[in-house]
Design a binder for this molecule. Sequence first.
Ligand code: SF4
Length: 270
Amino acid sequence: MVSLGPLHPMKHCPYRCAFCYVLDDFSSYDSLGIDSIIEFLKANADKYNIIYVSGDTDSFAPPRTQQGLNLLNEIVNAVKCDLLFTSRFVFSDSEYDKISNIIEKQKENGFRFYAGTSITRYSESSAYLEPTPIPTPNERINHLKKMKRLGAITMLGLRPFLPVVDVNDYLIILNKVYPDLDIALGECFYFIRNGNVQKRVFPNGIPVEVEKNITTNQKMEFDDNESLWDIWNSKEYENTVEEHCKELGIIFSMHSNDAIEEYKKICKKN
Ligand code: SF4
């Protein structure tokens, strides 16, 4: 996983999602230039089989859109490997042209190109979770459709599942992206008790029925920070979304690696 790192020492991302783990104790990456990232990827080429440009910041949101696209371009030129980028940003026509050339180059090299976005809610009542200038859910849905037309494998993060979001929001989003979606991802919701994420996601406190599904004092399985997190995990949300994905023929997993392996397995069979 690589990214452009924090925007400024005091601001990790141009966006301010209420549930962003970096607001609590998720480790932010180093701020590295493109050359240093490429050097790192080349030096560690035997340790991975896919590169994620994702993580602790949105590397494609303004003011770093060009830099983020240059990073994708340089990776495709320098490292022969499957590549995935995620962003909540929606690009201009000329930027989509640039992405189209990158996808073409990646395919000529014989590797996969995955394009991901995350949409955490659809209803306006939960818009506070993804404050402006994050593009609207419909704009991000159209972005995924465009990426599909450009030849990318499309991945949608309905992440993290949140108890303040109506589970039907996720089904609405899936129906709208269908049939242009290959992979959907869910995720449990992590927060530090009385921390910044809790205050922003639950401005009126945590409802009693939500507390029932919270496991306290857990390590984060996907980050090596030392903090203990509370985790909200709802089998009801997971099963409802999984079932709907099955009906639509979309791969679903709570873990991106599992979903990608499943995608590759299906491609091999066909
Ligand atoms: S776009 Fe990603 S990194 Fe940026 S605030 Fe939202 S969740 Fe955090």
